[in-house]
Write a protein of this length. Sequence first.
Length: 190
Amino acid sequence: MGLPHTLTLTQITALFEHAGASLYGGEAITQRDHALQSAWLAQQAGDDDALIIACLLHDLGHMLFEQNDQDLADGKDDLHQVKIVPFLRGLMPADVIDAIRLHVDAKRYLCFSEVPYFAALSDASRLSLALQGGVMDAAAAARFISHPYAARAIALRRHDDAAKIVDLVVPPFAHYLPRLIAQSERAAAS
């Protein structure tokens, strides 16, 4: 797919249908399953629609830029959390985009601030952590937690970490379309 300046909801749907079938970065589930589980966990937690959609789209950069398991094994950080931002700007509101942009930093922060957090990471997540800059130091952690969307990114991160369950049955992508449309309309109105 040629890369547009901003994705449309139709293009996002197509990414989920096609690129979403690839395996999710060293885990035993697909990109699509991981995204749907993340969104479902956010919905079950009672999170607002913006966070549910951020959870659904948080790894869209992996799909758009076709990251695969070999990239991780080869030590490549695809910077998916940053590279996707221009493609969502204008389509999604800031609270969705910034939670996505900060979700990798949230992992790095949680490894610094919660001793047992690192031990609970999957092997693939530990490998990606090293590629993404490792555990934050105190100064970086202070900067991160002062960001207005840090708490949302941490909530997204916790759903992200839990969304790796093989064969978990969750609602399909179509379940989230009304929320996606509503967030897109909210972005257009701002």
